[in-house]
Design a protein around this ligand. Sequence first.
Ligand code: UGA
Length: 419
Amino acid sequence: MKVGVVGLGYVGLSIAIVFAEQGNTVIGVEVDGEKIEKLRKGIPTMFEPGIKEHLEKALPNLHISSDYSSLSETKFIYVAVPTPTVDGRIDLSHVEQAAISIKAACPQSVIVIKSTVVPGTAKKISRLTGMDVVSNPEFTREGHAIEDTLHPDRIILGAERQELMDELEALLGFSGAPILKASNEDAELIKYASNAYLATKISYANELAKLCEKVGCDIEVVTLGMGLDKRIGPQFLKPGPGWGGSCFPKDTQALVAFAGDNSSRLKIVEAAIDVNNQMVQHAITLIKEIAGGNLSEKRIGVLGIAFKEDTDDTRSSKSIELIERLFREERAQVNVYDPVAKYSGNCTKYESLSECVANSDIVVVATEWDGFRSALREVEKPILDLRRILDLKEYPGIYAIGLGRKGTGGSPMHSKVTS
Ligand code: UGA
């Protein structure tokens, strides 16, 4: 099949690569000339494990241009352009502009909206262009973009005309994932509802983590026990400094605003946002406890700048909020290390973890990079593990403290699952 993809960011590039790898002819349209040049040469434009190999395999079938006319005679054209949240509401201008350009170049085609958009958007775009519009929201995670596109848990399609969804099934069927065919509006809301639910699950774990610290419980053991219930499941219960990134913060806000615009309230999502907004303050309180009060002049080594592991993305990163607040509000000296992410704010960036640790009085694990665990094993300095990556029993004595567990060292008695 010949398929178009407009916008080659995280999502667009991932689907373009996977469709091309599956033997389809993919026409990618991108406005950024530098990005086009790099991609044509097989140079990835984003940090994503394994992407280079996939891009190389995809390149013979992947044709990238800035010109919408290259999309002519393409039946399905995906739109994967950004939908930022501006003043709490979703900004659809990029989607609308892409749709107008598609109409001018290829009016007989079908627009497939991959971008995250509020219910009613597909219909709006259809009215704007007079074209058929299918909704096909994405559920890939940064750091796992290709893997999640190849093996999604489910595929959601929404359209007015059933036959368009049936045709798209041929393109998407390679994964063998269950396909739910629904209305455009249902498909659009499924995306927001899923992200908001996952964010709520994490906020719930984070709130429980704070309770655990007060009452001498260990959140890791508590969520382990909760997650063994199949109705709950173990995922997205990991406590941390709060959820960040380019999706959860903007999508939860946009969903709350969308509900408000439709005379509804999503109080649980509002509470999840509220809990999330308090997590950095909680981290600062814990660091102050370790320091015995004042952080002024203290050297705090923050490990991890990105919003999570396996990415260099720092958008809405809680780590950056922590760095800046430590500097501005606590007058601490902040040292940072991250294996891939870059940041040039109020901190000293080290090229090696050991150097960063050596020059710090207190170490804070802010991103769950795998390598941090072994690198910190021999460190004999106070460590605040906001991501619970350390096995606290390897730190007998006074050195490590984990979010959601007060007290240090020792092995939790009940943390082993036996079959
Ligand atoms: C998220 C969703 O997981 C994807 O399904 C969705 O497609 C994507 O948003 C999107 O809308 O584009 P992503 O933002 O890449 O993906 O990151 P996640 O892995 O979901 O993590 C989000 C945040 O939650 C991170 O800050 C992470 O550290 C945090 N998190 C995650 C926790 O604190 N605890 C957890 O147990 C899981």
